[in-house]
Write a protein that binds this ligand. Structure first.
Ligand SMILES: [Zn+2]
Length: 407
């Protein structure tokens, strides 16, 4: 079927794709997505309430004093107080997390996971985070004692080291604790993926399918890991939704785009720049914040009993930076879409896949909403981009179907 550029109208094609979903589906998606923006704000309110509660209880100060009465070793105080502070934060935010991550997701039919199973995974990930964050904060408080004026600089370096280690280890040791990852089974999907990988210099043994439907009904794929551990994962929800080969090629092309563009690294760079700025700000804001929260018995920023103030400020700084991190993310997503169009040449595959994501990312936000809250360009913008590409690249007679059917 030849499409002449003059007869093909990208705007009309975009509207046709969006009209594939009935208005009530779009309305529900808007309610879900806009409610999600409010969750960001409420999370900050919950974080503030939790910090206030822990400080008011005086538990950390009493623990600090008890350890000091036995031995006046600052590292021993940190070793005792920091894990307890982190454990209290984790436990006190459980009701909120259960609402936001499980109850609300269930209400919107975004997950079919039983609560007990969700709770088990929450405990597992919380336990891992508790160990990792305890080690991280032990290093940070050591720096706070050793270099009171320049700690924020060194602590950012420590944060970078922790982030790199976490990214390297996550696909190999962490992700398999929650899901089964396996290479695509022999068949047309595997053939298509391998052909695309080989044509673009990406190791084809780094493409996995995982049982993402266990936690979420979202139609999704991702790139995980860093350097040697980097890999592309496709959720089985894609196959349950009946994705055709064009969609799979388009989605894998998009993820290969992230892989080839090293988007994990650029995101890491931005996060580390934010942490550096955040720690510097924290150094200046700690005292006023402590006064505001009535933490009279906390002796200053280097006192581990002040950890709730420390982590609250860090959370607020990251909240304020959300539009910045989202903007970098949208830029990377556009790059990955264009990479997919270039190597997979499946504009309709991209459009069909994107329509499946509307239920959790409403398709037509206002520009201000998209700028502030969207980590991906809106589906309407992305489909329009694919259709503009299609208008400029009418399909050749010997269409790229050949690599798909090769064994
Ligand atoms: Zn992406």
């Amino acid at each position: 079927m030849a499409v002449s550029p003059s007869a093909f109208d990208p705007a009309a094609e975009t509207a046709r794709y969006l009209a594939m979903l009935p208005p009530e589906v779009h309305a529900k998606a808007t309610a879900y997505t806009q409610g999600g923006h409010w969750l960001l704000l409420w999370s900050a309110v919950v974080a503030a309430a939790v910090a206030w509660l822990i400080l008011r209880s005086g538990l950390l100060v009493r623990l600090r004093n008890a350890v000091e009465r036995r031995r006046r070793r600052p590292w021993l105080v940190a070793l005792a107080v920091l894990p307890v502070a982190l454990l209290l934060e984790t436990l006190l935010t459980l009701p909120w997390n259960a609402y936001a991550d499980w109850w609300r997701e269930t209400a919107y039919n975004m997950t079919s996971q039983p609560f007990g199973e969700w709770l088990g995974e929450w405990a597992l990930s919380g336990g891992i985070a508790l160990v990792a964050m305890s080690l991280f904060y032990l290093a940070v408080y050591w720096l706070l004692r050793r270099a009171p004026r320049t700690w924020w600089l060194w602590a950012s370096g420590v944060a970078g080291a922790f982030a790199v280690i976490a990214l390297l280890l996550a696909p190999i040791y962490i992700a398999p604790l929650f899901n089964d990852y396996s290479p695509a089974p022999n068949g047309p999907v595997r053939d298509a993926v391998v052909a695309m990988a080989e044509a673009n210099g990406i190791p084809s043994d780094k493409i996995y399918i995982y049982d993402g439907s266990k936690q979420s009904n979202r139609y999704t794929a991702n790139v995980m890991g860093l350097f040697g551990s980097a890999r592309i994962n496709m959720s089985d929800t894609m196959f349950k939704a009946g994705a055709d080969l064009g969609e799979i090629r388009a989605v894998v092309g998009h993820e290969m785009g992230h892989y080839a563009r090293h988007d994990v690294l650029s995101r890491l760079g931005l996060v580390l720049a934010l942490i550096l700025a955040g720690f510097w700000l924290l150094d200046r804001l700690f005292e006023p914040a402590a006064r505001l929260l009535g933490a009279a018995n906390v002796r200053g920023i280097a006192d581990p009993a002040g950890l709730p103030i420390f982590s609250l400020l860090l959370a607020l700084i990251f909240l304020v930076a959300t539009p910045l991190t989202n903007s970098l993310s949208r830029w990377a997503e556009t790059g990955a879409d264009n990479y997919s169009l270039r190597i997979a040449r499946e504009p309709d595959g991209i459009a069909k896949a994107l329509i499946q994501t509307v239920e959790y990312r409403a398709a037509t936000p206002s520009l201000i909403e998209e700028t502030l809250f969207y980590s991906h360009p809106s589906v309407s913008r992305r489909i329009r981009n694919a259709m503009e590409w299609k208008a400029k690249h009418p399909p050749a007679p010997a269409r790229a179907a050949a690599p798909v059917s090769q064994p």
